[in-house]
Design a protein. Structure first.
Lengths: 193, 481
């Protein structure tokens, strides 16, 4: 089913077209939700809520960009809205609270490459994780993040810096990432070939 | 510079990894989404079920009410004032008892009732046959006031009231056995024959004690006349009494038959995705077994002649069968469908949670269909006596699918997936059966085997595999005699 036919069917509330669209984009979108959510169940709830918005707002899609990008943006905003409903979320993006967070290394597991990175991101505290997701992966600016999360722009920057440092630490410990000196040393000695 | 390079690499790593990351949602997400997007599709089955129950209750109520309608005065009998030529001796207007149809507003008395005078009459040469619960008098001769009148069958209209004349009739003749069985029911409408200008009430107990020469002493309002419309209205009301309603329930065993001849359409075979080996039989690709079903409904029966009845009605049917599959890690599965216009295949892909081979855990998937249908057919009596009769029956049934779920085997035979939009909503079925009919005091019971076969595939023609439900059941039906 072409994207045009699928979109036309979805606009006419055709179940087969809706399922086709859902089937095509849901796996990647669930991956997005999973990075924001606490667990898989929450991620699926976010996904469902997000796709309801996608189908209800599909008439606003103007074919001026990729459909996936448009859907992804709705899904991300849905995830943020779901997180913001949680009182703990507003605390977690608070800088003072975030500074006192320490990583529980026992949660680090060795898993496949892409999933390893995602699971590593999910090990971050909620506030760190959210800012990192929005900035590094979804491409929002710190100003946009500050607006979305109702925080200061400087807070977003700090959250991201700390999140990145913590994630870096996790990835190094999981041997997914190497420190520059270590990396070059290993490359030079042929270990990393 | 190392640091900058490292930072870029790090950010690229997490972005690429995150972008590549996919997870397959569980099926409940789509189900929840589907229910939210199509809320109306959850309700038809409930609405029709309520409508069905309401319909049954209404019909039941009307049926009962109808039987009470002829409010017969037990003390009065009216009969045609005919002479030997069959003409009405009292003129064009027929005679009707004043109290026979008290509730019928169309009766308009042209003259006030006069004194009721006893009339002695005899009914001779009774011959009749029994329609399960109807006694149809095929010929009778009346003698009234010393004159003998022949009332041909097509002009006789006889309603027998069990208690109407019992008190005023006495006759020492031996009971007529043919009549006695069916006329024991009190207050029961026995017979109606078209075109009679008025109504005659005869005591049931009376007839049961008489022989072929039946003598009746009764009272008749000889001068009371009614509007011509009155008997017509009365007759119209009585006409419905010939219709019998039966309520039925039938536990069934449901299974399916697959045909795949069209699945081997050349285009699909050429596409290389369909297994086209000689002897390919789609029925062998599944591990499936029959499951229980249920059929319930109400049937109207109208006698066309002594042995044949026209039947129609309304049925609710649930059929299902089980697919033995295995849960798997969600993955994409593909169906090759056939464009009905061009004949070319095209692919439909969906997330599959169930495999047709090894998997995480065994699971039973249920394919089911909930249908309403309007069967139209015939029943033929092949034997029996007055109390027990044997019939064969056949109907064709236009079917409306209210709800269904079909797990479809992917084209590579490895996975199951669903596509609700491929379900056929209008179908046709046929039903064959034989049953035994037994009369109890007030109820007629029917019991016998039946087979229901779905003529058109459960899926639209885009799906090359055809599925036909077959339901084998024992039907129990009951209704008032």
């Amino acid at each position: 089913m072409t994207e045009e036919v699928m979109l036309h069917g979805c606009l006419n509330n055709n179940a087969a077209s809706q399922e086709a669209l859902y089937t095509r984009f849901s796996p990647r979108m669930l991956g997005v939700c999973y990075r924001f959510a606490r667990n898989r169940e929450d991620a699926e709830d976010m996904l469902q809520e997000g796709f309801i918005k996608v189908f209800s707002q599909l008439h606003q899609f103007r074919n001026q960009g990729a459909l996936e990008g448009w859907i992804r943006r709705i899904i991300v905003h849905t995830c943020i809205n779901v997180l913001k409903k949680n009182k703990k979320f507003s605390e977690s993006v608070d800088l003072i609270h975030a500074s006192s967070i320490h990583l529980n290394e026992n949660n680090i597991h060795s898993i496949l490459q892409a999933k390893q990175v995602v699971e590593s991101i999910r090990l971050l505290p909620l506030g760190y994780r959210t800012v990192l997701n929005l900035y590094a992966i979804e491409g929002f600016s710190h100003r946009e993040i500050a607006s979305i999360l109702d925080i200061e722009e400087s807070t977003s920057r700090s959250q991201y810096t700390r999140a990145k440092a913590m994630l870096e630490d996790i990835l190094i410990k999981k041997k997914i990432l190497y420190k520059p000196r270590e990396h070059f040393a290993m490359t030079a000695s042929g270990i990393n070939k | 510079m190392d640091r900058k390079f490292y930072t870029d690499e790090f950010e690229d790593l997490i972005k690429e990894s995150a972008d590549d990351f996919k997870m397959y949602p569980s099926k409940k997400v789509w189900q929840g989404l589907y229910n939210d997007l199509h809320p109306g599709r959850r309700w038809p089955s409930l609405v029709v079920t309520f409508a069905f129950i309401f319909g049954l209750l209404t019909i039941s109520h009307l049926n009962t009410h109808q039987l009470r309608q002829p409010n017969i005065d037990p003390a009065i009998m009216a009969y045609p004032q005919t002479n030997s030529s069959g003409a009405n001796s009292s003129g064009a207007n027929p005679i009707l008892t004043s109290s026979s149809f008290k509730q019928n507003e169309t009766v308009s008395m042209q003259q006030p009732p006069k004194t009721i005078s006893p009339v002695k009459s005899s009914i001779q040469n009774l011959s009749f046959y029994d329609f399960e619960d109807d006694v149809q008098i095929t010929a009778l001769t009346q003698i009234a006031n010393g004159n003998s009148y022949k009332t041909p069958v097509n002009t006789a209209n006889i309603v027998i009231n069990a208690s109407s004349l019992k008190s005023i009739y006495s006759n020492g003749n031996q009971p007529d056995l043919k009549l006695s069985q069916s006329l024991r029911s009190p207050e029961y409408l026995i017979n109606y024959i078209d075109n009679l200008p008025n109504i005659l009430f005869i005591n049931a107990g009376l007839l049961s004690k008489t022989s072929a020469n039946l003598e009746v002493v009764t009272t008749v309002e000889t001068q009371q006349t009614v509007d011509v419309a009155a008997p017509k209205a009365a007759i119209k009301k009585l006409k419905t009494s010939k219709v019998r309603w039966m309520y039925s329930i039938s536990p069934t065993v449901s299974y399916r038959k697959y045909t795949s001849a069209e699945a081997l359409n050349a285009n699909i075979v050429l596409s290389g995705l369909m297994n086209a080996l000689p002897g390919y039989d789609v029925n062998r690709k599944f591990s499936q077994h029959a499951s229980s079903g249920l059929e319930t409904g109400v049937t109207m029966k109208y006698p066309l002649n002594k042995h044949l009845k026209f039947t129609s009605g309304f049925q609710l049917n649930y059929s299902s069968y089980i697919i033995q599959a295995n849960t798997i890690h969600p993955m994409m599965a593909t169906l090759l469908l056939q464009n009905q216009t061009t004949g070319m295949p095209y692919a439909y892909s969906s997330i599959s949670y169930y495999g047709n081979g090894p998997g995480v855990a065994p699971v039973n998937l249920r394919n089911y269909a909930v249908n309403v249908s309007v069967p139209v057919g015939l029943e033929y009596q092949v034997g029996g006596d007055e109390r027990v009769k044997f019939y064969v029956a056949a109907t064709v049934q236009p079917v409306l699918a209210l709800a269904s779920r079909s797990y479809l085997l992917s084209t590579d035979n490895k996975n199951y997936l669903t596509n609700p939009d491929m379900a056929r909503h209008i179908n046709m079925a046929t039903n064959f059966g034989a049953f035994m009919s037994v009369n109890s005091k007030k109820i007629n019971w029917q019991l016998g085997p039946q087979v229901n076969y779905q003529l058109l595939s459960s899926y639209t023609d885009v799906y090359p595999v055809k599925e036909h439900y077959a339901n084998y059941g024992i039907k129990l039906a009951f209704g008032r005699r």
